[in-house]
Design a protein around this ligand. Structure first.
Ligand code: PEP
Ligand code: MN
Length: 330
């Protein structure tokens, strides 16, 4: 249930009254709106509503993610980026941190072609336990140094709730990967932090499941959430690794106030497809995108087939900015 009040002072007073009646009541406030995810009918409210209050019933289970609760876009500010403010944010870097020298060089190169966030995994979710698993904390240190030297923010994946604190020591933005979108312990662990989280859509997740995963983070008090569409499993993965759900980008922009980014590298799985899919996502209204780059793509430790050069990235950025300007009516 959402209760829309005349103003935020009325909402705060009502919230205080409700909490006084029932200290365990789950209640979230945004300006004049109160969300009560566990209350289903007005009859279940322990007090009378103030005059002018409107109740929205049967609301989405991920109530905090909805525009009914939070109409205006969430804007996330990091040292070098504004995410969700109408600009086009670009996150790029190698799939994995390979060495300190390599990530430092990649940082300079992606910065030169428009990135403000440096990606790279030091803890890698691999389908096989025998594949390269990432270099661990040494990679976090190298990643942080490379980002700082180039004037970039850092985003990196956290795989395990036990690693959240160590990753937190280095990163500006947590990344929760596709394979962990419904790792509820991990979602709660980043929900307890006060730092932005890129949440990637599970490869078989519906949009409602995606938003409920985001809600786990918000329920912990961390509402700095960035949603990322990265392709879903469909019936044909012969020519594309996943199926980029362009429609999801447009739908999410309507449903939710969180920034929506796309990752065409993992959707495509093939470097020749990264340009068209990225441009399609920007045309659908994405607030930005992530790209996997490498100076010698075929030699990338992980995901070599989808890696593109920084020069290729530069071409995408130029075209994407043109499309973004059209979408914004500029
Ligand atoms: C990644 O970003 O390197 C990654 C593993 O992505 P995903 O979780 O989308 O597969
Ligand atoms: Mn990858």
């Amino acid at each position: 249930m959402i209760i829309t009040n005349q103003d935020s002072a009325t909402a705060t007073a009502l919230k205080d009254q409700l909490v006084a009646q029932n200290p365990d009541l789950l209640i979230f406030q945004h300006a004049q709106n109160l969300a009560l995810p566990t209350v289903k009918t007005v009859a279940n409210l322990p007090i009378e509503l103030p005059a002018g209050a409107q109740v929205i019933l049967n609301h989405h289970a991920a109530v905090q993610s909805t525009r009914a609760f939070h109409p205006e876009n969430t804007v996330i500010t990091t040292p070098h980026s504004e995410i969700g403010d109408g600009s086009l944010v670009i996150m790029a870097g190698p799939d994995s941190i390979e060495s300190a020298e390599h990530v430092a060089q990649m940082a300079t190169e992606v910065h030169a072609v428009g990135a403000t966030v440096l990606r790279g995994g030091s803890f890698k979710p691999r389908t096989s336990p025998y594949s390269f698993q990432g270099v661990g904390e040494a990679g976090l240190i190298a990643h942080r140094q490379a980002a700082d030297a180039a004037g970039l923010d850092m985003v990196t994946e956290v795989l395990d709730p036990r690693d959240v604190d160590v990753v937190d020591q280095y990163t500006d933005i947590f990344q929760i990967g596709t394979r962990n979108m419904q790792n509820f312990a991990l979602l709660k662990a980043v929900g307890a932090k006060r730092k932005p989280v890129v949440l990637k859509r599970g490869m078989s997740a519906t949009l409602d499941e995606f938003l409920q995963a985001a809600e786990y983070i918000a329920a912990g008090g961390n509402t700095q959430i960035i949603l990322m569409e990265r392709g879903i499993r469909s019936f044909d993965n012969k020519y594309t690794r996943n199926t980029l759900d362009v429609g999801a980008i447009a739908v999410l922009k309507q449903m939710t106030h969180y920034p929506v980014l796309l990752d065409a590298s993992h959707a495509a799985g093939e470097r020749a497809l990264v340009t068209p899919l990225t441009l399609a996502g920007v045309a659908a209204g994405a607030d930005g995108f992530m790209l996997e780059i490498h100076d010698n793509p075929d030699a990338a430790f992980v995901d070599a087939q989808q890696a593109i050069t920084p020069a290729h990235m530069g071409e995408i950025v130029t075209k994407a900015r043109q499309i973004h300007a059209i979408v914004r009516g500029e």
